[in-house]
Design a protein around this ligand. Sequence first.
Ligand SMILES: Nc1ncnc2c1ncn2[C@@H]1O[C@H](COP(=O)(O)OP(=O)(O)OP(=O)(O)O)[C@@H](O)[C@H]1O
Length: 213
Amino acid sequence: MPSHTPQPALLSVHGLGFSRNDEAIFSDLDFTVARGEALLVQGGNGVGKTTLLRVLAGLLPADSGSLRMDDDDLDHARRASAFAYLGHLPGHKGDLTCSENLEVACGLLGRKRDRGIDAALDHVGLAGYDDQLARHLSAGQKKRLSLARIWLSPAPLWLLDEPYANLDLDGIELVNRLIRTHLDDDGAALVTTHGAYAAPPVRTRRLLMERAA
Ligand SMILES: Nc1ncnc2c1ncn2[C@@H]1O[C@H](COP(=O)(O)OP(=O)(O)OP(=O)(O)O)[C@@H](O)[C@H]1O
């Protein structure tokens, strides 16, 4: 275990619960994530990892619980600037080019200082694809375009749902590099994984989810 100075939590989650059709997907979930740290959200198929990230991102309403960021209440309005969410679906407009998609995302969500769209495409291995329509990208290239959006985001906490899916070995190393740089830059990440394959080689803790009783 590497030694490190404990940091105050970037995100504190207390008593979080979510149900569907009166059936609990998870309940009474407590955890924290500190700056410079990745929390690996693990568990088998269907335990609620994606649901948890969608609740945190504000895409689904929690039944109960509270979220605090840097010890302040995290209301709905603040979430858009607090979290950068990478879901299973790429979330691009297929009829826009790669550059246009990133411009729209930056227009909506802001852009990290000193980062530009060409540099983002270059960073994720999509240099030269700026004028390519998003719908003409391969599955792995779509994931890379989503990663470019995350890299451009000014949000301190990345919510990454199965970020390694559809990526080749170079892409897996890219995800690890992006996470490592983000953590070095005082950011944090929640990363869902089945635990069967890649995990970022950074300071990590685990949140093991199990099917609600
Ligand atoms: N839109 C939906 N409507 C109804 N039930 C859903 C919906 N989405 C997910 N579920 C159910 O909620 C539960 C949690 O799903 P979730 O996608 O969060 O699991 P997961 O841990 O991410 O799974 P996986 O590892 O397979 O991606 C599952 O039982 C799933 O069937």
